[in-house]
Ligand binder design. Structure first.
Ligand code: SF4
Length: 464
């Protein structure tokens, strides 16, 4: 049987990255292997995101490119999955007639069947059924080939019950549903036995993991994952501030493999706007939780999301956001201009903030964060940091470890927080260096930049 090629284009969050890996894995038994060439693909899949208008535009612009290829190659199959597919359903065929399959956020498990059917009958398929259970839709990767990867995402739950007024996730990903702990543990054990050293547990709101189902709590799950032999680090995202419990704070403080980092999206510093966003906390509550975190975990790194220009956001509201940022001193910021999303309640909220004003506000907070990050990075100079090595740095002069070249190999990794550290290893020239990827090493920080740190591995390169 001829081996066929699938090209997968992923837009959006880490959960979509995980889903795309699932898609790749699921399509193997029906004879598809991945290609990086759009022109040589027999099947093109775009895995979409509808959280912001820009991401949706990106999906349709990509479909435009794929359609041009299909106009020359009529055998090509085009599929669209993810949030836009769930939201738009068969309306997509009207907009892009070259599309063959529209599959929603809980239809990934049925994709191979749909592709096989289209190969035979050439009839369009729409599958946006959300009634399937999570375990029936997710297929743990069992014969994972690591290549050079040391880190993987693992989805532990899907959907959301929070209904923030600017967000479409509860409508396109459905209600909150958690995977059984045993399935998660066995997936991670499998990844670890294939060389993975770090996992990031994913969910829209991991803090409420298992609550509905009456399974273990999220901190209990973290503790089980922490016990997996061979795993070196655990990350997780995302936490809703209203559900950040003392139990989770204690887990961050005490579990040795859990990174000392939390992504805690605040979205605004104004109580008035937080209420309109339906976030269920005030600025004061948020700051109190941050203070409790910092007290229990003194070296904790906190990152956040911020939306500027939410309908009705006045200059005073924006000042509250600036004040919150100065108070908390975040370690990283993902900031966005508010955009209306169809089906999200805030679409009808007035008055809208002018685009130019949103742009100005975005620049102000990004500049502020850059100043904060740079100053935090400066404070790291001279300190010894524990790094999980991810591989060669893109700045490396060479990937050869042969000392006779006279060139230095530069490595990259991350701290127990989110900071990227590039470093050179002077201590062990030669083939030993090849083994650094996936190891924990101690690095002395010598230089600080806006987005990374730079250092040297100590003599004899003691590994941990
Ligand atoms: S918590 Fe709010 S922003 Fe996050 S996915 Fe749920 S509804 Fe969307």
């Amino acid at each position: 049987m001829k081996e066929k090629k699938v090209y997968i284009y992923t837009i959006g969050c880490q959960m979509n990255v995980y889903d795309s890996e699932q898609i790749e894995n699921l399509l193997q038994p029906v004879n598809y292997s991945k290609t990086d060439s759009l022109e040589h693909a027999d099947l093109i899949i775009v895995n979409t995101c509808s959280i912001r208008a820009k991401a949706e535009e990106k999906a349709f612009s990509f479909l435009g490119r794929a359609s041009q290829i299909k106009n020359k190659n009529h055998q090509l199959i085009i599929g669209i999955g993810g949030c836009v597919a769930q939201q738009e359903g068969e309306k997509i065929f009207k907009r892009v007639p070259q599309v063959d399959i529209v599959f929603g956020t809980r239809a990934i498990g049925r994709l191979p069947k749909h592709v096989t059917e289209i190969e035979k009958n050439r009839e369009r398929i729409v599958d946006i059924d959300m009634s399937v259970s999570l375990e029936d839709d997710l297929y743990p990767i069992t014969d994972y080939q690591t290549g050079t990867d040391i880190s993987k995402f693992v989805t532990i739950m899907r959907g959301c019950d929070n209904f923030c007024t600017y967000c479409v996730v509860p409508y396109v990903r459905g209600r909150e549903t958690s995977r059984v702990p045993e399935a998660i543990i066995s997936e991670i054990e499998n990844l670890v036995s294939n060389g993975i050293k770090e996992v990031t547990l994913l969910g829209q709101n991991v803090n409420s993991y298992g609550k509905k189902e009456g399974w273990c709590s999220f901190p209990d799950l973290l503790s089980k994952v922490n016990d997996i032999d061979g795993l070196k680090r655990i990350r997780f995202a995302t936490s809703h501030p209203k559900d950040l419990s003392d139990e989770l704070i204690q887990a961050i403080a005490s579990l040795d493999k859990l990174v000392k980092h939390i992504h805690l999206p605040v979205q605004s510093g104004s109580d008035r706007i937080l209420k309109k966003m339906n976030r269920h906390y005030t600025k004061e509550i948020y700051i109190d939780k941050v203070n409790r975190l910092k007290k229990a975990v003194p070296n904790v790194e906190i990152t956040t999301d911020m939306i500027v220009g939410f309908p009705g956001e006045s200059k005073d509201d924006f000042e509250e956001t600036i004040h919150l940022m100065k108070t908390v001193q975040f370690d990283g910021l993902f900031a966005f201009k508010y955009s209306d999303r169809p089906d999200a309640p805030a679409e009808s909220f007035m008055p809208k903030v002018y685009e130019a004003e949103k742009k100005d506000r975005l620049k102000i907070i990004l500049d502020l964060q850059e100043t904060i990050t740079r100053s935090k990075h400066q404070e790291e100079i001279g300190k010894i940091k524990e790094i999980l090595v991810e591989g060669y740095s893109k700045h490396s002069e060479t990937k050869s470890t042969e000392p006779s070249t006279g060139k230095k190999v530069q490595w990259t990794g991350r701290t127990s927080g989110i900071t990227i550290v590039n470093f050179i290893d002077d201590s062990k020239p030669g083939q030993e260096n090849e083994k650094l990827t996936g190891q924990m090493v101690k690095i002395k920080i010598e230089k600080a930049f806006s987005h990374s740190l730079w250092g040297k591995k100590n003599t004899n390169g003691y590994t941990i």
